[in-house]
Design a protein around this ligand. Structure first.
Ligand SMILES: CC(C)(COP(=O)(O)OP(=O)(O)OC[C@H]1O[C@@H](n2cnc3c(N)ncnc32)[C@H](O)[C@@H]1OP(=O)(O)O)[C@@H](O)C(=O)NCCC(=O)NCCS
Length: 182
């Protein structure tokens, strides 16, 4: 993550990027870019992990909310999100799940451009609130989101229950093995 002093040196520098919808040919590039940003031990959120299925599933379920930033021929950033409608609520929510910019191009306004486009899409969808989540020590992302207008951070405590000692064979395996052999 880019430090504050480095950022002030780069202030006002901008790279010319075009933000557009992600296409099929972009999936592998976006996946590999995400691998550089969301390593297993540095995950921006606890309940999702970055893998190829993640990119594919967003592309299949919410292609209109999958954006890439392109500088020349290169994909240099991406945003993947979704919308959520709750039963008995007229409100629609947006969730920006993954936002990433190529590490050597942090601080050049690319994240801001991606987010601006994502926000436009959310407004067009009638979304009232956009959510993002981040680890508490991902200060760069927190500064970024604050600059984009996000506020009221809520602390969230995760608990875990270790089931290793009571582990059973997954149901699918059990039912296959109980089938009569022919
Ligand atoms: C968070 C991230 C997407 C920001 O993208 P970026 O292109 O570097 O951000 P921008 O250059 O558009 O920054 C816009 C503003 O956000 C703030 N900001 C962004 N990164 C910052 C940092 N590391 N420190 C302080 N402020 C920061 C600044 O105010 C900046 O405006 P300025 O340059 O005029 O000061 C990028 O750092 C990234 O890919 N991080 C790793 C992945 C991640 O954590 N994603 C978020 C959770 S999914």
């Amino acid at each position: 993550m880019t430090g504050l002093s480095e950022r002030s040196d780069r202030k006002k520098k901008r790279v010319h990027v075009t933000v557009r919808e992600m296409e099929l040919d972009d999936l592998a590039v976006v996946f590999h870019l995400g691998e550089q940003l969301f390593k297993a031990d540095v995950v921006p959120n606890l309940y999702r992990t970055w893998d190829e299925y993640e990119v594919v599933s967003f592309f299949m379920s919410d292609p209109e909310f999958c954006l890439v930033a392109e500088a020349g021929e290169d994909i240099v950033g991406f945003a993947l999100g979704t919308t959520i409608s709750k039963a008995r609520s007229a409100w629609k929510y947006g969730h920006l799940v993954w936002l990433g910019v190529r590490p050597d191009l942090h601080g050049y306004g690319i994240g801001e451009k991606l987010f601006a486009q994502f926000k436009e899409l959310m407004l067009d969808e009638g979304v009232r609130i956009i959510f993002v989540d981040s680890e508490a020590d991902n200060l760069g992302a927190l500064y970024f989101f604050r600059k984009m207008g996000f506020g009221s951070p809520k602390e969230h405590i995760y608990l875990s229950l270790n089931l290793a000692a009571q582990k059973r064979r997954p149901r699918a395996e059990t039912s296959t093995s109980s089938e009569p052999e022919s």
